[in-house]
Design a protein. Structure first.
Length: 208
């Protein structure tokens, strides 16, 4: 299988935050409210993986290297895995599996609904990230996978609602997301691809 070593590296890198948090949790390193800390960290990591996934197409356009696209699905699935654990953490640690508290949260904290919408987008993407779905859905698969854009927007809105006063980290993620979306706009995307092609032909001429 091509890019096997790279996939293993991504797997190990993606497991690393979990291993660190388990280690910290065992040694009281997660602060006074470990459940809340864990939920927050899982949410941020899901968002980071989502942004890394979004970066794969522009990186491919810039470098011409197919490996970026080969890693895209794996990274997207890691974003979903962290989002899944984030929601599971919320249900266990913050709600204590109390459905009454969930209904209260839904009516008092609209950001939960925004998070659930982002999560639903990720769920659809994860569910159809396999060869069978690609074959079955044909052209519709590409359209469906544009759900990554609302997923990013909703996740950022969800975060903004929570961190309201401390905007530093949120601004950074939003700037990265905006840049990654801008380079997809046809005039910019075409210019980038042209630049990449020119660079590659110069490099191959030098090698020859
Ligand atoms: C059903 C879906 C979701 C629920 C119920 C949910 C719930 C929550 C809750 C309760 C918090 C605040 C925890 C606290 O500090 O009190 C939070 C924070 C956060 N969530 Fe979600 N979330 C959902 C989906 C998502 C998704 C899909 C993402 C990203 C892809 C995400 C990313 C974040 C981020 C970045 C934070 C802010 C962490 C921080 O810096 O404090 N969430 N979420």
């Amino acid at each position: 299988m091509r890019y096997r070593a790279l996939r293993v590296l991504v797997f190990l890198g993606a497991c690393l935050p979990l291993a660190i948090w388990v280690y910290q949790g065992l040694g009281d390193g997660l602060g006074a409210d470990p459940g809340k800390t864990l939920v927050d960290r899982l949410g941020v990591t899901a968002l980071i993986f989502l942004l890394i996934t979004l970066a794969m197409t522009p990186l491919r356009a810039l470098s011409g290297w197919g490996g970026w696209i080969a890693l895209r699905r794996q990274l997207g699935l890691w974003s979903f895995a962290y989002a899944f654990l984030h929601v599971a953490g919320y249900a266990f640690f913050l709600l204590a599996l109390d459905t009454g508290q969930l209904l209260k949260d839904l009516s008092e904290r609209p950001y939960i609904i925004v998070g659930a919408l982002a999560w639903s987008c990720l769920f659809c993407l994860a569910l159809t990230s396999n060869r069978f779905s690609i074959r079955r859905l044909g052209k519709r698969w590409k359209r469906l996978h544009r759900l990554i854009y609302p997923a990013v927007g909703l996740a950022l809105l969800h975060m903004l609602w929570i961190v309201r006063s401390d905007l530093g980290e949120w601004t950074l993620y939003t700037a990265i997301a905006t840049a990654l979306l801008l380079v997809r706009f046809p005039p910019l995307a075409t210019a980038l691809e042209r630049h990449a092609k020119r660079r590659h032909s110069t490099i191959s001429k030098k090698v020859e």
